[in-house]
Each structure stands twice: as C-alpha cells, then as structure tokens.
Design a binder for this molecule. Structure first.
Ligand code: NOJ
Ligand code: CA
Length: 668
C-alpha cells in the first residue's frame, strides 16, 4: 500500500510538468502531453520575458511581459518572491456548446513577484495540449490604477502566414487578409497563423471583463505587441488596485483543424454563475429580418413595415409547421425613424401595427419562443437607463431570448471595444441573466469564452455576417472558409445562414425595393445553395437562424434539412480543412449526426470517414450536395442512402460549394 502511495506521489510530481530551467528565475511548464512548453525568465535589469515551444521548435521567442499604469510601472523592477505550481485534470459539463462534456487538463506555474512599492504581481502561466495562456494578477495598495498600456509581446520565432482582420476598436465586420507574418502591421484577435515549420497557432484572449480588448500592433522593435482599445482621453481605462487581466492565449496545433477542436478558451473561463440553467435552450429561429436588409421591408412603421401582427402570426405558424422553436421580429418597437440620427429607441413601446399582447398569447398557445430585439444604435446611456425595466417586461411576456444591436457610434467618443464597451456588454449579460433572457449580441465585443461563466451569453455577430450580402460586394466562399479558423475560434456566431433565393429574385421583382447602400442590384449570395445549407452545421451557433424570407422555404425540398437539424449539439469535431480553402465539420445532437462541408472558389472532392457514428448502428444519410454537372449554383441534389460507421462518404463540391448531410438512426 505504502509503495503504491509513493508511486502516486511521484507520478503527480512528474505529471505536473513544471520545472526550472536556469534556477528559480526561469521556470518552465510543459503541456500534459509534453509537446508544448512555455517558459518565463527574469532578465538582468528586472525585465520579464516568456517564450513558447512546440515539439522542440520555438514558436514565440523571448517576448516582453508587463503592464503600464500612470501610477506605477508594472513591467520592471520586480523581484521574484516564489513560484507556485499546479496540475489540473478535471471534467466538467456545460448546458450547451459544441461539446457538452469537457476536460480541462493543464499544468501551471505562477510567478509571484513584488516591487519596492509593495505591489504584488503574479504572472500565471498554463500549458495545455492545445496551447498556452498567461495573465497578470495585480495587488497594489492603491485604490485604483490608470491603465496606460500593456507590454505583452508576441515575438514570432520565424516567418509564417497569418490570417486576420485589421485592428479596429469599433468593428469586427472587416474582410480577412492573408499576409506573411513579417508584413502584418496590426491585427485583431483571434490572429491565426501557420509557421513555416508547419505549426499552426492563434493568438486571442480569454475571460475579457472590465478591461479593454487586446489588438496586436507592430512596435518600434518590429515585434507584435498588445495594443489595448483606448478611452476618449487616450488612457486604456481605470482598473481597481487589485485586478486580473484577461488571459493572453496562444492556441497551438499540428493541423489547422486542431485550432477549431481546441477547448482552451473555455477552459480558461470560470464555471457558471447561473445556478438554474433550465430556461437556457439552444434553438432554431426564423424572423422578420432579411426582408429589411434586401430592401423589401422596413424596420420603421409604414407601408412596407415588416413587424406587423399579421406577419408575426404567419411566422409563428411557419415555426410550428417546421420544427423551429423561436421567432424574431426586428422593427417591433418605436424609434426606428431616429436610427442613424439621434438614436433614440423606445424599448417598451410596440409600433401600433404590432399587437404585442396578441402575438405573445399566440406564441404561447403554439409553444413558440418569442424573441425581442433591442437595437441601441450605440446609445448606451439611454439603453442602460431602461434595460432592466424593459427586460422585466419581456420576462413578463414569457420571452427568453433577446437580440441586441449596436449599429452606430457610441456617444462621447467611447469606442465599442474599450473598457467602457466591455463593461456595458457585460452589464447587459448580467441584467439579462437576472430576467432569464438569453443574449444574441450584434456589433458585440469579441467572444472570449465567457459563455462558460454566463451561459445565457449564447451567440453574437462580431464578423461580417449574412447581412453584408444584401447591401455590399458580399462575403466570398474564401471568406467563409477562413471564418471557422479565425473568428469562430472565439466562440459561436450568429451569422444568420441559409439564404435559398441566391439572387434575391423575389426582392428584384418588387418595384418598391429600397436601396440601403447605393445600388444593390448586383448584390447576391456568392455560394451554391448546398453551401447555404452546410453553413448551418459549419458556423456553430446555439441559436441558429434560417435567415431567408419564409416564403422562400415553403415547399422547398432542401428545407427538410433545417427541419431535421438540431441546434442543441452534444459533440462536435472539425474533421478536415485548411485555412481559406475548405472545411468539414461533424456534430451530434442526441442520436442524430450532421455533417457540413464547404470549399472556397475552387471545386473540391473530399472523403469523409463516418467512423464517428455509433458502431453497429445503421443510419439513413440524406445528402444535400451541389449538382457538380451544372454551372448554376442554384442546382443541388438530394440523395438518400443507408450507411454505418464503416463507410466513407465521398463528397464532391462545386466552386463556392458545399454539402450538408443528416444521419439519423434507422428504425429497423
Ligand atoms: C445590424 C445587425 O447585424 C442586423 O442583424 C440588424 O438587423 C441591424 N443592425 C438592425 O438592428
Ligand atoms: Ca452587424
């Protein structure tokens, strides 16, 4: 017995994977699989640096650490007091997510430092099999500190290729750039890269609270450095004397899809603060939305008003008939006549042609979840003054889902992604949790995995979504093949997929069509129809919309896919893909599986092994694919066949095409 005990103690120390490289000044921490390593070093003069290796190859070479405040320098002048280390292997579950069963397996060391002012600084490092992370934990005597910058660097050890959007403190709705690492001047995160030695990585952050967002900017030494979103006075915000920064994360993998299959960002967030999550329900939804973007309806009340009682009841009926749980009606509340101007909405008062009591009663009778919509136009003070009261009203109506929007500049020079914005978005999440409302935020702050702690923070936009196809040059298939490897690493996205009328023929036939953004006669969806279906699987969102006008789905044979689809996923895996080229994803919800595949502007064939299916079970596969013999992207095929876990599916995709598959156990 005693021997077993000693062996166990020895095994725990070994598995801790934490050791010192050059004495106590340079601790090193390995991932549980021993492949990834992060090390810290305190250099002469008191500067602090870290570096990262994967499989013996340096990825991030000696990079500076530290924070800058007006009151004191938190990047130099510290002595090491001691170092704590820990090793964690823990299983946890979440009420919803790509995967409900999670494992947090990492090794950690925390360097505890102090300076002559009596300020304590802990830099906590973690090494996971899927990446490394670190954050700063400050304890100073001062009541508050004025943050002026962050020293954190990401000094790439060699050349590589990167995929990112430019750094911008107001919007993430920007197109991707593929650039050599050495040529990037600035970028937002997730900032994804492939080193020339073949290793993939992505820099991002986890658990962003009460702190500005981090972007990356090349500094005077030619190194990418954290650049925090500023406040109007140029500082980065006010933090308490005792505070923790978000985690700085570097996901690492040997294949591009490893980044998607990583759960490090969620593992770095705290467990749920919502005890009863029974009201939080992933769901599919339809709504009055696309009509406004393509110019055949209006948010504002008038001849073309979308959110009318009649339209609402029609959508509720459609939802019931098509196994769809939720309905959203944008333009239901007064104030849209001010949008883009003085930005003043009434969050309580419906337009006269939207009989909210009747709609609430009808939705309840039919068992459909009614969503509410709050476009703020960026008027934060006005929204914060009424949101508690408005949300209480929505709760009284039996509403459990709220889409928010921030299309417009914040008042008084505040930036969307500054500490001011981060605080606001969080206040909304917490207020919504109090009223049992799930949030779908548009023009949001970036996703850093806070859904683990606040599981009512379901989904968000935070990239160029479907709407861009309605009134701009639109999103290419290359963009759609980049999205999963960049933006989606942060978390779910409300892309609002699934437009079936690819050329908006119904809208073009409407002589009253409105032009929101100049000439929209050339706007269209730049993918095949099958790819629109595949996006319901590829672009994970626990609230998943069928975004087209519902009349475009009526009688459409391919809409059967969405009817069968289940947004409440249990397991997911990105099976294959290359950044900007193609992607294949499989998900399971209950005993059903769904596969989504998509390619860029090149036609492509992929073989998908079905070995993720339950062994011994027979499944009916319904394949919604491109008609590769046709040049018309509207043409698709639907094929049925019986398959098992031993089979391989051969998928042929047209240019900008895709394929979606439902796999449902076959009753004997
Ligand atoms: C932009 C959002 O992304 C979109 O979904 C919404 O319809 C409009 N703003 C109006 O709120
Ligand atoms: Ca938007």
């Amino acid at each position: 017995m005693k021997r077993i005990y000693y062996f166990l103690v020895f095994a725990v120390i070994l598995s801790a994977g934490v050791y010192f490289l050059h004495g106590a000044e340079a601790p090193v921490c390995e991932s549980p699989d021993g492949l990834t390593m992060v090390s810290f070093e305190r250099l002469d003069g008191g500067r602090m640096v870290y570096s990262v290796e994967r499989d013996g190859k340096t990825i991030i070479k000696s990079s500076k650490l530290g924070l800058e405040t007006r009151e004191e320098n938190l990047s130099e002048g510290f002595e090491i007091d001691d170092i704590d280390y820990a090793s964690v292997e823990e299983k946890w579950t979440q009420p919803w997510g790509e995967n409900k069963e999670m494992t947090d397996h990492h090794n950690e060391f925390a360097v505890n430092l102090s300076n002559s002012e009596g300020t304590h600084l802990t830099i906590r490092f973690r090494a996971f099999n899927d990446g490394v992370a670190f954050r700063y934990e400050v304890k100073s005597e001062k009541e508050q500190l004025t943050l002026t910058g962050e020293k954190t660097e990401f000094n790439f050890a060699g050349e590589g290729t990167s995929w990112s959007i430019p750094a911008n403190f107001e919007t993430y709705e920007l197109d991707y750039r593929k650039l050599p690492l050495s040529e990037v001047a600035d970028g937002n995160t997730p900032f994804t890269f492939r080193m020339d030695n073949g290793t993939f990585g992505s820099i991002h952050e986890a658990a962003l609270y009460d702190y500005p967002e981090m972007t990356l900017r090349r500094n005077d030494d030619g190194v990418m450095q954290a650049d925090l979103a500023p406040m109007p006075d140029g500082t980065k915000g006010i933090v308490k004397g005792e505070f923790k920064t978000p985690w700085r994360t570097i996901q690492i993998g040997d294949a591009a899809v490893d980044l998607i299959n990583s759960s490090m960002i969620l593992n770095l967030n705290e467990p749920s603060k919502i005890a009863d999550t029974s009201w939080i329900k992933p769901q599919k939804y339809v709504g009055v939305w696309w009509g406004m973007h393509i110019g055949v309806q209006t948010w504002v009340m008038g001849r073309q008003h979308g959110a009318t009682t009649e339209n609402a009841l029609r959508h509720i009926d459609f939802a019931v008939e098509n196994n769809i749980q939720g309905v959203l009606f944008e333009g239901w509340n007064c104030g849209w006549e001010n949008w883009g101007g003085s930005q003043s909405f009434d969050y309580m008062k419906p337009y006269a042609d939207f009989d909210v009591e009747r709609i609430v009663a009808y939705a309840r009778e039919k068992g459909v979840e009614l969503w509410m919509h709050n476009e703020t136009g960026g008027n934060i003070p006005e929204y914060e003054a009424v949101m508690d009261k408005a949300m209480a009203q929505y709760a009284a109506w039996g509403v459990h889902a709220l889409k928010t929007g921030y299309a417009g500049g914040f008042k008084d020079g505040y930036r969307h992604h500054s500490q001011y914005g981060v605080q606001h978005y969080q206040r909304v999440v917490e207020c919504a949790a109090k009223h049992q409302l799930m949030i779908d935020a548009h023009e949001p702050i970036k996703d850093t995995g806070i859904r683990r702690t606040w599981p009512n923070m379901m989904t968000r936009e935070g990239a160029r979504g479907m709407e861009w196809n309605a009134w701009s040059e639109g999103n290419t298939a290359d963009y759609l093949c980049t999205l999963p490897f960049v933006r989606l690493l942060g978390g779910p996205m409300d892309y609002t997929p699934g437009i079936f009328d690819l050329d908006y023929n119904r809208a073009k036939a409407d002589k009253n069509r409105i032009q929101w953004n100049g000439d929209n006669s050339k706007c269209c969806i730049k993918t095949t129809l099958a790819r629109q279906i595949a996006n319901w699987v590829i672009i994970y969102s626990p609230l998943q919309m069928a975004a087209d006008l519902i009349e475009n789905y009526e009688e459409h044979p391919a809409f059967e896919f969405f009817r069968q689809f289940d947004a409440d996923c249990d397991w997911s895996e990105a099976l294959a893909g290359e950044i900007g080229e193609y992607i294949v994803v499989a998900r399971r919800a209950g005993d059903r599986f769904f596969v989504g595949a998509g390619t860029n502007s090149e036609a492509r064939e992929v073989d998908v092994k079905l070995d993720f299916l339950k062994q011994g079970e027979r499944y009916e596969a319904v394949i919604y694919g491109d008609d590769v013999k046709s040049d018309d992207r509207n043409d698709y095929i639907i094929e049925r066949r019986v398959v098992t876990a031993d089979d391989t599916l051969h998928i042929a995709m047209a240019e900008a095409g895709g394929c979606a598959v439902t796999l449902i156990p076959k009753a004997e």
